[in-house]
Design a protein around this ligand. Structure first.
Ligand code: FAD
Ligand code: DLZ
Ligand code: SF4
Length: 510
C-alpha cells in the first residue's frame, strides 16, 4: 500500500523522457510510477518483432534510469503473473493495490489510447489528470489557432512560425542565409562510390537479451527479423547514435535526402525517429545541436536547415494535423481505393527491384528512409489503388518509429492523398522515371523503366497513366496535375487502350 494521498504516474511506452510533464508534476519521494508491457499494444496491429523488442527494452532501461534517480517504479513485464494485457486492466490493478489519490498521465500520442484514458476517472472512481506533452515544440492549442480559418494548411507556412517560435536558424526576424528553405539544393541522386556512413550498432545487454527471448516466444509469427538487434535502448546510446550521425552524415544530409541506392538502406539519414518518438531523444535538443554545428562551420546551411525543417516543420505539423482531424482521419478515402494490400508488402517477393529492396530492408531493419516510404511503397500503392486503411496498418506495424500520430498523416495525407489535399498539395503519383532518376534500382530490375506499356514495361508506368485517366475528374482542377492530364489527353486512342490494358495486366497479377 502507498502512503496516503500519493499519486500513480502512468508512463507510456513512448514517454521515456525524464522531462515528461507527468514526472515533473510528481514527487519521487511519495508518488509511484507505473509502466506496463501489455499484449494489447503489441497486437492492435501486429508490430514488427524488432519494434516490440526495441520498445520493451527501452522501457525496461528507462524504468532502471528512474529507479536510479530515486523513483519507485512498478514495472509489469509481459509475462508477469496477473498481467491483464491492457492499459485499462493494469491501471485498474494498480489502483486496487495502492489506492492512490489520483492518476497522473502525460497525454497519449494516439487517439485510441487517449480515449481509453478518458474513461478511467468514471470507471475507477478517482481523478485522472492528463497533462500536455511538452516535449513537442508546438502545443496543440497553438496548432489549432494557426489552422483555424485557413483554407490550406501548408507545412511551409507552419514551419516559418516554428522557426520564429524557437529562434532556430534565425537572424533577428529573418531566416539565416536569407531563405527559409534550401530544398532546391537537396535533390541530388547518390553515386554508388560515395562513402556511406552506417549508423552505429549497439550489442544487446542482458536486459535486451531477455526481451529478445520474450519477443521470440510471444510474437514469433509477427513480421520481420528480430535479430541482429542493433538499436540503442538507453538515452546515452541514443545520444551516441545521434552524435555519430551529426559527425558522419549530417553534412551531406541535405544533398542526398531524396536519393536511393541498392544495398544502402540508410544513406545520409539520421535513423533517429525511433528514438525521438519514444522519448530517448528530444526534438528541440537535436535541433539546437544541429544549429550549433552550422554555427561552428562544420555543416552547410542546406543540411542544417533541411534537418531542422523535418523536425520542427514536418514532425510537428503532422502531429497537429492528426489531432485536428481525429477521429475520422483514419477512414478518409478521397480516391475511393479498395484493392487489398498485395502479399509482397510482407514477403518482398516481387520482380520490382525498388519495391523488393524497400520491403526486404524493412523486414530486416524495421526501417526504410523517407523516399522509399513515399515514392516506392507509397507511390506504388497509390497508383495501384490500394485501400489506404490497409496501407496505414502496414506502415504502422512495420517501422520501429511508427506511432499513429506521425504515421497516419504521412500515409493517408501525404502518401495516398486520401484526405483530398488537406495535407499535400498534389498526389505523390509518379512513373518509374522518378525512381530511375533518384536511384540505381532500375539497372538491375527485370522491368524496363523506359517502356510505357507491354509485358516488360516498368509497372509504375502504365499504372501512372492509368491513375491519371481514372482520377481525371478529381485531379484535373489541381494546378500541379493539370499538365499531366493534358499530356494524357494528347495520347492517341490506341496508346490509351494499351495503357489501360497494361495497367489491368499489372493489377490482375497483384
Ligand atoms: P531523417 O530522414 O534522417 O529525418 C530526420 C528526422 O526528421 C526523422 O527522424 C523524423 O523525426 C523527422 N521527419 C522527417 N520526415 C518526417 C515526416 N514526413 N513526418 C514526421 N517526421 C519527419 N516518421 C515517423 O517518425 N514515424 C512513422 O510512422 C512514419 N511513417 C511514415 C509513413 C509514410 C508513408 C511516409 C511517407 C513517411 C513516414 N514517416 C514516419 C516520415 C519519415 O519517413 C521518417 O520520419 C523517417 O524516414 C525516419 O528516418 P530517419 O530518422 O532516418 O529520418
Ligand atoms: C507500441 C507499443 C508496444 C508494442 N507496446 C507497448 C507496451 O507494452 N506498453 C506501453 O506502454 N506502450 C507500448 N507501445 C506504445 C503504445 O502502443 C502507444 O503507441 C503509446 O502509448 C501512444 O499512445
Ligand atoms: Fe522500380 Fe520500375 Fe525501376 Fe523496376 S524499372 S526498379 S519497378 S521503377
Amino acid at each position: 500500500m502507498s502512503p496516503p494521498k500519493s499519486k500513480l504516474v502512468l508512463v507510456l511506452g513512448d514517454q521515456l523522457s525524464p522531462s515528461l510533464s507527468s514526472l515533473q508534476a510528481a514527487d519521487r519521494a511519495r508518488d509511484r510510477v507505473l509502466m506496463v508491457e501489455v499484449s494489447e499494444e503489441a497486437t492492435y496491429v501486429r508490430h514488427h518483432k524488432k519494434k516490440i523488442a526495441f520498445l520493451f527494452s527501452a522501457m525496461r532501461h528507462f524504468a532502471e534510469e528512474l529507479r536510479g534517480a530515486g523513483w519507485t517504479v512498478d514495472y509489469v513485464t509481459l509475462d508477469a503473473a496477473g498481467n491483464t494485457g491492457s492499459f485499462s486492466g493494469e491501471v485498474a490493478r494498480a489502483v486496487a493495490a495502492h489506492r492512490p489519490e489520483r492518476i497522473l498521465v502525460t497525454e497519449a500520442g494516439e487517439w485510441r489510447v487517449a480515449q481509453m484514458i478518458a474513461g478511467w476517472a468514471a470507471a475507477l472512481g478517482l481523478p485522472v489528470e492528463v497533462m500536455p506533452d511538452t516535449r513537442f515544440i508546438c502545443p496543440l492549442p497553438v496548432f489549432r489557432d494557426w489552422a483555424e480559418g485557413r483554407k490550406a494548411l501548408r507545412m511551409e507556412y507552419f514551419y516559418r512560425e516554428m522557426r520564429r517560435r524557437t529562434g532556430l536558424l534565425m537572424d533577428g526576424d529573418k531566416p539565416a542565409g536569407g531563405e527559409w528553405n534550401y530544398d532546391a539544393e537537396n535533390r541530388k541522386a547518390a553515386a554508388p562510390d560515395l562513402f556511406m556512413p552506417r549508423p552505429p550498432v549497439f550489442a544487446p545487454d542482458t536486459i535486451t537479451a531477455e526481451v529478445l527471448m520474450l519477443v521470440a516466444s510471444r510474437f514469433g509469427n509477427h513480421f520481420g527479423d528480430l535479430e541482429p538487434f542493433q538499436f540503442a535502448v538507453t538515452r546515452p546510446d541514443a545520444e551516441a547514435a545521434f552524435a555519430a550521425f551529426v559527425q558522419r552524415a549530417l553534412p551531406r544530409f541535405g544533398d542526398y535526402q531524396d536519393a536511393m541506392l541498392a544495398g544502402e538502406p540508410f544513406l545520409y539519414h539520421a535513423v533517429i525517429a525511433q528514438y525521438l518518438n519514444c522519448g530517448l531523444l528530444e526534438p528541440l535538443e537535436v535541433c539546437r545541436a544541429v544549429e550549433a554545428e552550422w554555427h561552428a562551420g562544420r555543416v552547410p546551411l542546406n543540411a542544417a536547415e533541411g534537418f531542422i525543417r523535418q523536425i520542427i516543420g514536418w514532425r510537428e505539423y503532422v502531429r497537429g494535423i492528426y489531432w485536428l482531424t481525429m477521429p475520422g482521419y483514419e477512414q478518409r478515402n478521397f480516391l475511393e481505393h479498395t484493392r487489398p494490400l498485395p502479399e509482397f508488402y510482407w514477403t518482398a517477393e516481387t520482380d520490382m527491384a525498388c519495391v523488393r529492396a524497400a520491403v526486404t530492408q524493412t523486414r530486416k531493419h524495421a526501417y526504410a528512409h523517407h523516399i522509399q516510404r513515399l515514392m516506392v511503397t507509397g507511390t506504388f500503392a497509390l497508383l495501384a489503388g490500394i485501400d489506404p486503411h490497409a496501407l496505414h496498418e502496414w506502415y504502422l506495424s512495420v517501422y520501429a518509429d511508427a506511432y499513429e500520430w506521425v504515421e497516419l498523416p504521412n500515409t493517408v495525407g501525404m502518401s495516398q492523398f486520401a484526405d483530398g489535399g488537406l495535407l499535400a498539395s498534389k498526389p505523390y503519383a509518379a512513373s518509374g522515371a522518378y525512381i530511375n532518376r533518384m536511384s540505381n534500382y532500375c539497372g538491375t530490375c527485370r522491368y524496363d523503366v523506359k517502356q510505357r506499356t507491354g509485358a516488360n514495361a516498368c509497372p509504375f508506368n502504365p499504372l501512372y497513366w492509368d491513375f491519371i485517366a481514372r482520377h481525371r475528374s478529381k485531379i484535373a482542377g489541381n494546378p500541379r496535375m493539370a499538365q499531366m492530364v493534358r499530356t494524357y489527353d494528347k495520347f492517341a486512342d490506341a496508346e490509351k487502350a494499351r495503357i489501360a490494358q497494361s495497367a489491368a495486366a499489372v493489377l490482375a497479377k497483384l
